[in-house]
Design a protein around this ligand. Structure first.
Ligand SMILES: *Cc1c(COP(=O)(O)O)cnc(C)c1O
Length: 488
């Protein structure tokens, strides 16, 4: 449901922070999930109305009175031990008591990120509108992993990200509504987006190498040519062996191909880039930034060109440049209009991490932050920083989403094969089950989804809701029988 909330919030998000940050660190923000465990109480919908309103007042009062507090709490590590029991309560607690704890346990030990004297880390987003959206999101509590699992969530996400493209002045081809293969989706964090971009870039290059065995010719008989030849010989044997053993090993995530890969970023890039590279098992080279545009630290085209040349001579395969538009430490902007064409000419994927400063492209005077974005393969920024949308909401766009989504699609990897092997069965029981399942869902009184086990297609019924009673299960059974009678 996060996505629903975010889309609704994006709608309202105004803007007023300026990115002045002196800290090179990112910091995990406080997630509401951790608070949920803490509030074990007895509730029904009537109590939700009364205590829920009181909670809203509590939050509004917190905001009205925030100036009276200090930005940093006066507590020592372990302070919570004296305030909460060591084991969970055995009977539900009254909300009156929990409200007392909110001030004593939670707020007194909180760092107040929204205090007017809080000048640390970076501006983290919050707005009354986003709180409203959070209530709706928590209240509906759905999941939107496919269109069908929640159409409004999916479509709001797609439409509102198209609005953001317009508002920021990003390339039209990023839009979900554009004819081309571009797309925009909401990731949870910039760190996730970076990781996704690195793996997409890695897979793109692996596929390119495998598709064109002559690819190695561009370096002739240099080290990298020999390396690739060795790799390709090994790849051939591995792939055949895996297939025979029924082991899933997507050809584009083949580690034997990317073992010599190297990616680049600025020495000012966020620590999540190093983490993403580490987890993707590829080499990262941080390029020395120099003071250039606006007097801030950024990577020049010459530095990138030199690095690519040197690394090819070393036998490495440069495959990606991760540009930062607004480094967290000093707001350096890598010049994508200069670096983009170099990446294109050298066959490097280019991703832009605009987590910190990206939002400011909403203002006319900061439109230069989107210069050169027509060259990039993917772009990401954080609405949960300066964008006034509560953590977490990290929009990401791809120039060619169709191409990239294959690298992350589990269905395409093994289900496609599964379907092929069972296709012959569709003129049997399986076809009847499929017909029945479709009819049940078109009827709309109940909703269930099918599944397959070892080639058998079946209707899978799960009791999901806390409100479901035996009567509801019998009702479902009757609906199924009724429809089956009608069909067969
Ligand atoms: C904050 C920041 C990140 C990390 O953002 P998360 O959403 O917390 O993962 C990445 N890059 C830059 C430039 C940042 O400022």
């Amino acid at each position: 449901m996060d996505r629903y909330r975010k889309c609704v919030s994006v709608l309202f998000a105004p803007l007023f922070f300026f990115p002045i940050a002196l800290s090179p660190f990112s910091f995990p923000l406080w997630e509401p999930q951790r608070l949920r465990l803490f509030s074990i109480s007895d509730m029904d919908s009537q109590k939700l109305r009364t205590d829920g309103k009181r909670m809203l007042d509590f939050v509004a009062d917190y905001w009205d009175g925030i100036r009276e507090r200090r930005p940093l709490p006066d507590v020592k590590p372990g302070y919570i031990r004296d305030l909460v029991p060591t084991t969970a309560p055995t009977s539900p607690e009254d909300w009156t008591k929990i409200f007392d704890d909110l001030e004593n346990v939670v707020i007194n030990g909180a760092t107040h990120w929204h205090h007017p004297h809080f000048f640390a880390y970076f501006p983290t987003a919050l707005s009354y509108q986003s709180i409203m959206a959070d209530i709706l999101s928590g209240g509906i509590a759905g999941i939107g992993f496919t269109w069908k699992s929640c159409p409004s969530m999916t479509e709001l996400e797609m439409s509102s990200l198209d609005w953001v493209v317009d508002l920021m002045g990003l390339p039209e081809h990023f839009k979900n509504s554009h004819d081309g293969p571009g797309c925009g989706i909401i990731q949870s964090t910039a760190s996730d987006s970076t990781m996704v971009a690195i793996m997409a870039a890695r897979a793109t290059k692996v596929e390119q190498i495998k598709a064109e065995p002559t690819f190695m010719k561009w370096v002739g008989e240099t080290g990298v040519g020999r390396t690739l030849k060795g790799i390709l010989d090994r790849v051939k044997t591995n792939t055949t062996d895996d297939e025979a053993a029924g082991i899933i090993s997507p050809h584009f995530h083949d580690p034997t191909v990317f073992e010599r890969f190297v990616m680049y970023c600025s020495d000012q890039a966020h620590s999540s880039v190093e983490k993403g590279a580490m987890l993707s098992a590829i080499r990262l080279r941080k390029l020395k930034s120099t003071r250039g545009f606006l007097g801030n630290y950024s990577v020049t085209g010459q530095t990138l060109r030199d690095a690519i040349k040197e690394d090819r001579e070393r036998g490495y395969v440069p495959f990606m440049f991760l540009a930062t538009v607004g480094t967290t430490c000093s707001c350096g902007v890598d010049q994508v209009d200069e670096l983009g064409p170099i990446c294109a000419a050298e066959g490097l994927y280019i991703h832009v991490d605009a987590a910190y400063a990206g939002t400011f492209a909403l203002c006319d005077e900061f439109k230069y932050l989107t210069r050169g974005m027509e060259h990039v393969d993917s772009y990401n920024f954080n609405l949960h920083k300066a964008g006034m949308v509560n953590f977490d909401c990290s929009p990401m766009w791809f120039k060619n989403g169709t191409h990239v989504s294959r690298f992350f699609n589990v269905d395409a990897l093994y289900l496609a094969h599964e379907y092929q092997s069972t296709a012959a069965d569709y003129r049997s029981t399986n076809a009847d089950n499929e017909k029945l399942c479709n009819a049940i869902n078109e009827d709309r009184r109940i909703h269930l989804v099918p599944s397959t086990v070892h080639g058998t297609y079946f209707l899978r019924m799960v009791v999901c809701s806390q409100l479901t009673t035996l009567d509801d299960v019998i009702f479902a059974k009757n609906v199924i029988c009724q429809i089956a009678d009608r069909l067969f």
